[in-house]
Design a protein around this ligand. Structure first.
Ligand code: NAD
Length: 366
């Protein structure tokens, strides 16, 4: 019996979560997937209801869950709240309290969508890369982090990039393990030419590589990685990088494949005392306030996040493949939400796309 926490959040979050719950129901009925699901408040919606975007109750439930399925947080109505009350605070606290240090961001190009990329189809066709981003260290968390006023009246802002050996070691091991399950190629991106954290990063990854002789490791400067991603992305299999570079490079990689509404992500944490591992699964897109409440959101990113949960939290790789195949099928059949609409295709909304995926599941499960 798997214990799942659903945190729909804000904007289109509840809409894509509803779609994902329907898919969960299909697996319960047709694939003997036994689970208990519970919902909890997070983000701006939580702030409105209980005065905090990161309620303690939600964090406590998250700690007990085998997997968290997260929608999205944020919206213009909360933009002027102080930093500690903003909707994003809910997600940041989950990442911190559950030590979700490994962010897995696949960038996969579905064949039916190769023309939707801003790059030439031959460059993105068949693309399947995985970016592993360190998520709980680096410049977003390093101290000091402050703005001071200098004697001459101008402001001075400081962020601090900091990494320890153990932080680098554990993220690199996750990346090597994943590379082993895929194409056995790992690229490590840093800026060892100008940053001491980059020098340490390169030393540690080189050391860890000795435990993975079957994986080919290459080092690449992060700025070159950004260029290579648009020049020849298929040269990469798995890429590991720090929090800041990973934020930028994984968004760049996502854009290669067409739409932000298509891509899932997983954030994995430390192993718990009971042998399980905290994990949070979420679409990479935000709360899309411009289309929220209209039934237009593409649910595929959220639904593919569930596929990642099957693979990484529930040890049900076959169920993950089934779901990915169902998505492939509906795209090949011509179903499109507005964000991925192409001429001559069949435009549907969130519910229509979900219906089509459920039908395709029936078909591919045969
Ligand atoms: P966004 O991802 O919400 O939207 C960017 C554009 O993509 C919009 O035009 C939107 O309509 C479209 N889009 C996104 N997801 C879609 C989907 N599933 N189907 C169809 N179209 C989709 O990014 P943004 O506009 O920069 O941010 C909006 C809010 O979301 C902000 O408050 C931001 O802070 C927040 N945000 C949250 C997360 C998160 O919860 N993890 C991530 C990014 C942004």
């Amino acid at each position: 019996m798997h214990n799942i926490l659903l945190t729909p959040g804000d904007g289109i979050g509840p809409e894509v979560m509803d779609a994902t719950s329907r898919v969960l129901g299909w697996y319960q009925k047709n694939r003997k997937f036994e689970f208990q699901a519970e919902e909890a408040l997070i983000g701006g919606t939580a702030f409105e209801k209980v005065g905090r975007s990161d309620p303690d109750d939600t964090i406590a439930k998250a700690k007990k869950a085998d997997a968290i399925l997260f929608g999205a947080v944020g919206g213009p109505q909360w933009d002027n709240l102080p930093f500690h009350q903003k909707p994003e605070r809910g997600l940041l606290r989950l990442r911190k309290d559950l030590e979700l240090f490994a962010n897995l961001r696949p960038a996969l190009c579905f064949d039916a969508l190769k023309d939707a990329s801003s790059l030439k189809p031959e460059i993105v066709s068949g693309l399947d890369i995985l970016i592993v981003r360190e998520l709980t260290g680096g410049v977003y968390f390093g101290e000091p982090k402050e703005t001071t006023t200098l004697p001459d009246g101008q402001k001075r802002a400081v962020d601090t990039q900091v990494y320890t050996t153990s932080e680098i070691d554990r993220i690199c091991r996750v990346a090597f393990d994943l590379a082993r399950l895929r194409g056995k190629k790992l690229a490590s991106a840093e800026k060892s030419n100008v940053m001491v954290t980059g020098v340490l990063w390169r030393q540690v990854v080189t050391e860890v590589a000795k435990d993975y002789p079957d994986v080919a490791l290459t080092h690449i400067l992060a700025d070159n990685a950004a260029m290579q991603l648009v020049r020849n992305p298929k040269q990469f299999d798995v890429m590991v990088t720090d929090n800041l570079f990973g934020d930028v490079l994984s968004d760049e990689a996502a854009q290669l494949t067409g739409s932000i509404g298509m891509l899932p992500s997983a954030s994995l944490g430390a192993k718990r005392a009971d042998g399980k591992q905290w994990a949070l699964y979420e679409p990479i897109h935000g709360s899309a306030p411009d289309i929220a409440g209209k039934g237009l959101a593409n649910p595929i990113a959220s639904i593919l996040s569930l596929a990642m949960a099957f693979r990484y939290s529930f040890n049900r790789g076959e169920d993950a493949l089934l779901l990915e195949k169902a998505v492939d099928t509906v795209l090949a059949e011509g179903f499109r939400t507005g964000d991925i609409m192409q001429k001559g295709m069949n435009q549907v909304g969130t519910a229509g796309m979900t219906d089509a995926i459920l039908k395709a599941l029936d078909k591919v499960a045969g």
